[in-house]
Design a protein around this ligand. Sequence first.
Ligand code: MLT
Length: 325
Amino acid sequence: MSISRKLFIVGAATCFSAASAWSQTYPTRSISLIVPFAAGGPTDVVARTLSVPLSRALGQTVVVENKTGAGGTLAAAQVARAAPDGYTFLIHHNGMATAPALYRKLTYNALTDFEYVSQVVDVPMTLVARKDLPAKTLPELLVYLKAQGDKVNLAHAGLGAVSHLCGMVFRQSVGVELTTVPYQGTGPAMAALLGGQVDLMCDQTTQTVPQIKAGSLRFYGVTTAQRIKALPDAPTLAEQGLKGFEVMVWHGVYAPKGTPKEATEKFNAALRLALKDPTVVARMAELGAEIVPDAKLTPEGLRGWLKQETDRWGPVIKSAGVYAD
Ligand code: MLT
């Protein structure tokens, strides 16, 4: 055997044993889980519900950090640039697939600048309004909107947020103008809605179910094709005449490109355990979030879905001419 071949084998063996020693001790310190929207909102609720069992499974604290702005794209850009050392992860939703068409100056590529860990939960949305809005039902709301037009405010979490996407689908399907009011997340937008400072919002059940059950909001229906278990008596918007109205929020976990496979695999295994934790299962069910089936709890499941959603929404958004610079 030539000397250079021997050296290559020794070098490869050293690298392999260093990597396997690293993977045996990883993680040795706390891990950041970046949430692209404000604390208290739906993405934050999912992240914080998972952080305790994730910390238990990984043997290190998973610290939820909120990095808000530009409809979730600032957080995604930060994670794309972060050290790929296994200590930074991102939880994000449909915005990963819609932002490339919405933002002309995005500094990352969602399809190439990340490692994919897993899909997590799917969450229905609801159409809600401030409690004292005169319209009590969806038909009354449609009459009210036609009369008031752009005097009605629709709160959302920025271009790329699902609250914005859902609001735009609603606006288009009922053919009314609305004035949109962006927030750093639907957490603060919900505070404004409860305080009566804005009128209307499309938001995820992970935030709205407790408010709907407490009677703190007007509630017009769910955005899914079928009724949901968390709100069994609530009609869908489609069954009330908004034909084809369907918006479902999906969440995935990402890491910076180049993160060691051992780290993404350990995080994936911890996530699978966390999603089977009885407290998590009960909490997600109570909030209307559906834990995805095992086949989607994989890097391939997330990567494939992201590509499919990017291909689906890109042309729709581009033809609508909605974008940010
Ligand atoms: C949030 O967590 O605030 C929401 O997911 C924002 C959104 O509507 O996309």
